[in-house]
Design a protein around this ligand. Sequence first.
Ligand code: ADP
Ligand code: MG
Length: 258
Amino acid sequence: MIRIAIANQKGGVGKTTTAINVSTALAATGWKTLLIDLDPQGNASTGVGISASERDASTYDVLVDKAPVENCVIPTRIPGLDLLPATVDLSGAEVELVGAEDRAHRLQHALRKDIGYDVCLIDCPPSLGLLTLNALTAADTLLVPLQCEFFALEGLSQLLQTVERVQQRFNPDLGIIGIALTMFDRRNRLTEQVSDDVRSCLGQLVFETTIPRNVRLSEAPSHGVPALIYDHACAGSRAYMALARELITRLPEKRKAA
Ligand code: ADP
Ligand code: MG
């Protein structure tokens, strides 16, 4: 199983939208996919149609009580896509784990066993706290959604420093699969400028595919379905399909490995 963390300490940059739609696209491509919701807000869980009342066991149980992942996942209505949901309890996990020596490794240990998925995507909360640290320690690679706005590069350098620290202390093999430019607005000159800066600074690390600002992407969650199902032909859905294809070409050939 390939583990991909989706992280950026800024809120509202498209992490959850990316996690939901890339997971759906990978599942549609025939990959057995697990979406892990690591944000106490539970937006990824809602976004794939699992309401709070349908969530029983969750990432909280996995991290705090060391419950086996396979006991906590639930199938979604999307074929090939299962969810490890988040509940509000998760907001207490950080404090509850304070004294635990293995607190940064809980998710890594939980995902060590082959539980029958080709890939898992981990939707991180908007901070660089213990939850995101668990995701970066557990992950093979990181996907960074980046909104093309002023200060985007400053936030990114802080994230890249964190990645370096994680590589030194917790997970030497952590890679960066790519940076995805999100909420791209062609009519906005600043967007274009920031996108050019990011690409000239980071080159190949930036995915060719940019995700446009698209109202269908923001409407879909209120219907409890990924945009890719809500309106598979809209510009946002097509962009996420293209991003998933590009992601696959960047992944190592270890899809079926444990
Ligand atoms: P994060 O998980 O980083 O906080 P979200 O994915 O939840 O960000 O996105 C923040 C808000 O912006 C949500 O309301 C979402 O529906 C909306 N959104 C995300 N991506 C797009 C997009 N490409 N176009 C329009 N709205 C978007
Ligand atoms: Mg989110």
